[in-house]
Design a protein. Structure first.
Length: 116
């Protein structure tokens, strides 16, 4: 299983970006799929998570601004980020935990930079 993250870039505060995490196989089910982010010197933090039953949760700082969506036709997990703030600047990683084996998969990270 490989996860390929894309969509990062430079945007002004108040702008929008859409991140996409492409999954290489459709033969594996996932207990959860998530987006994390990390800034230098800080631990990686979960931004948004989608569980196998479709429940979606967001960390408090992004609620109302970020939206997860699962595109089964394209086999992607997308993160729509609106009203971006400089504090959203980070490397964003997608994560998937396989159903059953609980194997942890990570994408390579995509950099989001929000200028003030």
């Amino acid at each position: 299983v490989q996860l390929q993250a894309s969509g990062g870039g430079l945007v002004q505060a108040g702008g929008s970006l859409r991140l996409s995490c492409a999954v290489s196989t459709m033969s594996v089910s996932f207990n959860s799929m998530s987006w994390y982010r990390q800034t230098p010197g800080k631990e990686r933090e979960v931004v948004a998570i989608r569980t196998i039953n479709g429940t979606q949760e967001y960390t408090g700082s992004v609620k109302g601004r970020f939206t997860l969506s699962r595109d089964y036709a394209k086999n992607t997990l997308d993160l729509q980020m609106n009203s971006l703030k400089p504090e959203d600047t980070a490397v964003y990683y997608c994560n998937a935990v396989a159903y059953g084996t609980r194997t942890d998969y990570w994408g390579q990270g995509t950099l989001v930079t929000v200028s003030s």
